[in-house]
Write a new protein. Structure first.
Length: 356
């Protein structure tokens, strides 16, 4: 198994530690820990290793599934990874919708073969026919993020149903990373609710502002979920005890308040970014979630040049579009505290105008 460097994470590792402002962050500003009960008793293992049964049952109910079809993981990244390891054998073929978070293409490609189906600006619309054309007799899996990271495109129920019917007819599976889904004003049904050949991966990091809790989950057919459990025994063994305790509270009686506040925060910040882009003649698809994928300003050769120059001149971190396969764009995260976003936008704008 050979896997390439994770370009986004290597970029952030290089620039984030020394920056004043982090506008490449892809989640909502973190919740204060003092809003939660922190008493978990003894700091032992969570037994069983796939998460506390009652908590799994609560998550399963959201998807119209059974508790045995839910596995709690250490974040959504692990949920995706364990699903790949459970489903794919050497040489299996996957179709990956892009642009996307790199691991969703790199991991299946390290096991078998990947065909990329590119969506394109300005609307980033997905053609189900293009996915069908990319599929082969040995296609095991179709993979996408919804809402998309980095574009913020949120595919509607009709497209998702058409994708599900396609993979079901071909005896394949549909894996959807839905970690931003609950930031939509009116989230539609999750992928796993479509039927047994759809798999949802999600968690509390992005929509709920709880990245530090490190809690995610896989919702899948019982056979797939059992495979995820077997692989999890070789990775993190059990989900984090403290994180699970916090996540259960966030998904319980606090959920409505958390999501209402986070959606309002994301909307207000999105409007700040939209105004900034208009002032500087940049284009984007107005996103769902807290990531946008604007065009690089005139006068800069590509995303990396622009993002490096912004860091050097103004100590602000952005993510270059090259790490998502689009060198003419950059990713900006706008889920951080509003005053930090406004300061970062002021600095970026000052740099753009200085270069012009």
């Amino acid at each position: 198994m050979e896997i390439p460097p994770f370009e986004l994470e290597r970029w952030l590792d290089e620039y984030e530690p020394d920056a004043d402002l982090m506008l490449a962050e892809s989640g909502v500003r973190s919740l204060p820990v003092d809003r939660f009960d922190l008493d978990v008793g003894e700091l032992g293992y969570v037994i069983p290793t796939d998460g506390e049964p009652a908590f799994r049952a609560e998550i399963a109910e959201r998807y119209g599934r059974d508790a045995e079809e839910v596995v709690l993981t250490c974040g959504t990244q692990e949920a995706d990874y364990l699903t790949f390891m459970s489903l794919l054998d050497e040489g299996d073929h996957s179709v990956v919708v892009s642009p996307t978070y790199q691991s969703l293409a790199s991991v299946p490609e390290s096991i078998g073969e990947v065909t990329e189906v590119r969506t394109e600006p300005p609307t980033w619309e997905l053609s189900v026919d293009a996915v069908a054309e990319a599929m082969r007799p040995d296609t095991r899996l179709v993979v996408l993020t919804n809402p998309s990271n980095p574009t913020g495109k949120y595919l509607g129920p009709e497209t998702m149903r058409a994708l599900y019917d396609l993979v079901a007819d071909e005896d394949a599976y549909l894996l959807v990373d839905e970690v931003y889904r609950m930031l939509a004003d009116d989230p539609h049904a999750p992928a796993a609710a479509l039927g047994p050949r759809a798999i949802s991966a999600a968690g509390v990091s992005k929509s709920y502002g709880m990245a530090g809790a490190r809690v995610g989950w896989v919702v899948a057919d019982a056979e797939i979920a059992e495979g995820v459990r077997r692989w999890k025994d070789y990775t993190t063994i059990s989900p984090p005890l403290v994180g699970s305790h916090l996540a259960r509270q966030a998904l319980g009686e606090q959920e409505d308040d958390i999501l209402e506040a986070n959606r309002a925060h994301a909307k207000a910040n999105r409007e700040c970014v939209a105004d900034f882009l208009d002032r500087h003649g940049l284009e984007w698809f107005e996103p769902t979630g807290v990531n946008g994928f604007p065009t690089v300003p005139d006068g800069f050769e590509n995303g990396k040049e622009f993002c490096r120059s912004v860091f050097d001149a103004e100590s602000v971190v952005l993510a270059p579009g090259e790490v998502f396969g689009h060198p003419d764009r950059f990713r900006i995260g706008f889920g951080l505290h509003t005053e930090e976003l406004e300061e970062g936008l002021d600095r970026i704008g000052r740099h753009i105008e200085a270069e012009r």
